[in-house]
Design a protein. Structure first.
Length: 319
């Protein structure tokens, strides 16, 4: 019997890291319940980003997604061999990089490569306001130095596919068909891990998985302190003239971020300031996404009113 193949494609900032860590830690449990979480293409990863990298190897970011990756034909052959050899009824392939990096050609190629398995797509959708704030947190904690206004300009005006449910879903609809795409409302879930696994046929109780959140967003004061530290380190690195100096400064950046976050935690501010045009862009994209998902999938997204309330119009004009 040909197993059912499910691609869980993200989105980013929807609990994917926690979900993937759960699947990696409990892959034996999943296997006993008839779900294969393939391992041939993982390398040192806990997700299937090496497979993603093999499809976008022609881009600069392609190989950088994975410590281990191979050419697409080899990657597909290895994965298909593992799928064909399994006794499991369901195969779960998961990486948020599918939705983040795949454009129309890659999604169509993936659909063709795995067409004999009649694959289905599972995607978790999060309201734009909460996802935007979470993405900005990640930008800064990963070493970025853009202000929140600058970051908004880079991803919202004009809108990028990364921030649009509609633009992302249209790519995957064309490749796989809307009837094969299952959407989950992140904001309506206490924990997305059981919700995703239910689409794989795993209906058992998984009490407690919601405690294993791997990335928690910091307050505005924390983020601003870290951002300023990143700016200072970036300027120092720019003046450096040796690889050893750059490495030392990178280590300093990592070491100083946590103490700065602790010092800035005394801040009581919990709101973010954005220009009126940036807030308008956020609201318009969110409204378009909600309408599209409701009309296409019959799902009324809950939204994140709390995140929206934390974004206020800046009292000073953006630089």
């Amino acid at each position: 019997m040909t197993p059912k193949v499910i691609f869980h494609i993200g989105q980013t900032k929807t609990g994917t890291t926690s979900f993937l860590n759960f699947c990696w830690r409990h892959r034996d449990l999943l296997r006993r319940r008839g779900i294969l979480y393939p391992g041939n293409q993982l390398g040192r990863h806990r997700n299937h980003s090496p497979l993603v990298a093999s499809y976008i190897a022609h881009r600069p970011e392609g190989p950088s997604l994975a410590l281990r990756w191979s050419h697409r034909t080899e990657a597909v052959r290895d994965l298909a061999g593992e799928i064909d050899a399994t006794q499991a009824g369901t195969v779960l392939i998961s990486s948020e990089h599918f939705s983040k990096h795949f454009d129309r050609p890659e999604a169509l190629r993936l659909a063709t490569d795995f067409s004999r398995y009649e694959p289905r797509i599972v995607i978790t959708l999060r309201s734009l306001h909460g996802r935007f704030l979470s993405a900005y947190n990640t930008h800064v904690t990963a070493g970025g130095w853009l202000t929140i206004e600058e970051y908004a300009r880079s991803v919202l005006i004009p809108v990028t596919r990364y921030m649009s449910m509609r633009e992302t879903l249209l790519i995957w609809q064309e490749a796989f068909g809307a009837e094969r795409i299952h959407v989950i409302d992140y904001d309506a879930q206490i924990d997305v891990t059981p919700a995703i696994l239910r689409h794989c046929g795993f209906d058992e109780s998984l009490a407690g998985t919601g405690r294993h959140r791997n990335r928690v967003s910091l307050l505005p004061g924390n983020i601003e302190a870290l951002r300023r530290a990143n700016v200072a380190i970036k300027r120092t690195v720019a003046r450096g003239d040796s690889l050893a100096g750059w490495a030392a400064l990178s280590l300093l950046s990592i070491l100083c971020r946590q103490p700065l976050a602790m010092l800035s935690s005394m801040s009581r501010r919990r709101t973010w300031a954005l220009s009126a045009p940036a807030i308008k862009a956020l609201d318009e994209i969110a409204a378009s996404d909600r309408q599209f998902v409701a009309e296409t999938y019959g799902l009324a997204l809950v939204g994140d009113a709390q995140a929206r309330e934390r974004i206020l119009v800046s009292e000073t004009p953006p630089a």
